[in-house]
Design a protein around this ligand. Structure first.
Ligand SMILES: O=c1ccn([C@H]2C[C@H](O)[C@@H](COP(=O)(O)OP(=O)(O)OP(=O)(O)O)O2)c(=O)[nH]1
Length: 144
C-alpha cells in the first residue's frame, strides 16, 4: 500500500483521510480564511505539504459542489503536483477566481486529489504522414 509522508502547517484543519468504498479521491481543506470579492483571484492555502510515493504525481480538482457553495472556479482546471514538490515549504494551494463575493472558512473542504503514476518517458518521432484514416472530431459524430 503506498504511503504518503505529510506535513501539516496548522492544527486548525482536520487530518486527511482515505475513505474506502465511496470515492478514492481525498478531500482537501482551506487552512486559512479567505475573503474574495467578485472578480478576484487568490491562491487558497491547503495547509499540507507531502512527499508522494516514488514515481507518482497528484492531481487536484474542485469538489463538484465547490462552485455552488463558494462561487469559485479553479483557474488551472486541474492542479498538477509534481513529485519534486516535496520541500518543507511546498504547501499545496488551490488557485481560484471568484465570480461573486464569497468567504471560504478554515477547514472548509474545497477540493480533492488523487495520485497518478507518472507517464512513461516519451520520445517524438517526426513523420510527413501518419498514414492512418482520419477519425474527425469536435462534433463530427452528430448530435444524436
Ligand atoms: O494547483 C496547483 C498547481 C501547482 N501547485 C504546486 C505543485 C507543483 O508541483 C508546483 C509547480 O506547479 P507547475 O509546475 O504547474 O507550475 P510552475 O512550473 O511553477 O509554473 P508554470 O505555470 O510556469 O508552469 O506548484 C499547487 O500547489 N497547486
Amino acid at each position: 500500500m503506498p504511503q504518503i509522508r505529510i506535513k501539516y502547517f496548522t492544527d486548525a484543519i482536520e487530518r486527511l483521510t482515505y475513505i474506502d468504498g465511496k470515492s478514492d479521491w481525498i478531500d482537501l481543506r482551506a487552512s486559512e480564511e479567505v475573503t474574495l470579492k467578485a472578480g478576484e483571484f487568490c491562491l487558497i492555502p491547503l495547509g499540507v505539504a507531502m512527499e508522494l510515493p516514488e514515481g507518482y504525481e497528484a492531481h487536484v480538482v474542485p469538489r463538484s459542489s465547490t462552485f455552488k457553495n463558494y462561487g469559485i472556479i479553479q483557474t488551472n482546471s486541474c492542479g498538477i503536483i509534481d513529485g519534486t514538490y516535496c520541500g518543507d515549504d511546498d504547501m499545496w494551494r488551490m488557485p481560484v477566481y471568484a465570480v461573486r463575493d464569497t468567504v471560504i472558512h478554515v477547514n472548509d473542504r474545497i477540493c480533492q486529489f488523487r495520485i497518478f503514476e507518472n507517464q512513461p518517458k516519451i520520445t517524438f518521432d517526426e513523420v510527413e504522414s501518419l498514414g492512418n484514416k482520419n477519425r474527425g472530431g469536435f462534433g463530427s459524430t452528430g448530435k444524436q
